[in-house]
Design a protein around this ligand. Structure first.
Ligand code: ZN
Ligand code: ZN
Length: 233
């Protein structure tokens, strides 16, 4: 046997070295911009991963249960390595900016919750940000120049917020949880109508035919910016 190098070694090193700036830079590549909540996600992820002390190679060694789909979640995905694609990211549609990071084996977990009033306090600390935030993020207006200024300011705040003590931003609970079973490998079937391959667990049987949900006209669960819902009928 030999030691396998894995793709997250540089991230694991940043976690051990508490290199929050390096981790934030990594998160920007996924998230597309820097903002205070991606910065908080990075900090929460770093704290949890250092505490749990378990390398994650994307084989569900660690799972992250997020309670919102926002900027925070992208910081979590990059730092913990728990992603939508490797099945280690679990989404509970609770609308809370919070995450539980747990390790397989003993179920040791931390739940980190952004403190109520964090956003208001943060905006109050950076008075230039509040009117721009209102105009650009809330009202989706603003000139290209204002948008540009906002991006710079938001990125500067994201970096500055790395220095704020974690416990002023996040409340931390220590838990032991039951980790969900590993994602199952299931058979594939072919839809008799469109000919596309589908997971057997998502097929619809009727009148001796195997159909995908679209061809069967079934309700399709959808996760989008509104949360989890259904599309079509
Ligand atoms: Zn963001
Ligand atoms: Zn089909």
């Amino acid at each position: 046997m030999h030691e396998h190098a894995h793709g997250r070694q540089h991230i694991e090193a940043m976690i051990r070295n508490q290199d929050l700036e390096g981790l934030l830079e990594q998160a920007e590549t996924l998230h597309g911009h820097l903002c205070p909540f991606v910065s908080l996600g990075v900090k929460a992820g770093q704290y949890a991963m250092e505490y749990l002390h378990r390398a994650n190679t994307g084989m569900e060694e660690v799972v992250a249960i997020v309670e919102c789909n926002n900027c925070f979640t992208d910081g979590i995905q990059v730092v913990t390595g728990c992603t939508f694609g490797n099945n280690a990211l679990i989404f509970k549609d609770l609308g809370k900016t919070a995450v539980t990071v747990a390790r397989r084996g003993d179920g040791q977990a931390l739940r980190l919750i952004v403190r109520p009033g964090y956003r208001a306090g943060m905006l109050a600390r950076y008075p230039a940000a509040e009117p721009l935030f209102q105009k650009i993020v809330v009202e989706r207006q603003g000139t290209p120049e204002e948008l540009h200024r906002f991006h710079h300011l938001w990125a500067a705040i994201a970096r500055r917020e790395l220095q704020t003590p974690l416990k002023e931003q996040l409340h931390i609970q220590h838990l032991t949880i039951t980790i969900p079973a590993y994602a199952r490998i299931v058979d594939s079937l072919i839809c008799d109508a469109c000919g596309e391959q589908i997971m057997a667990t998502r097929s619809v049987e009727g009148n001796g035919r195997t159909l995908c949900r679209v061809c069967a006209g079934a309700r399709v669960p959808v996760l989008n910016g509104q949360g989890i819902g259904h599309e079509g009928l």
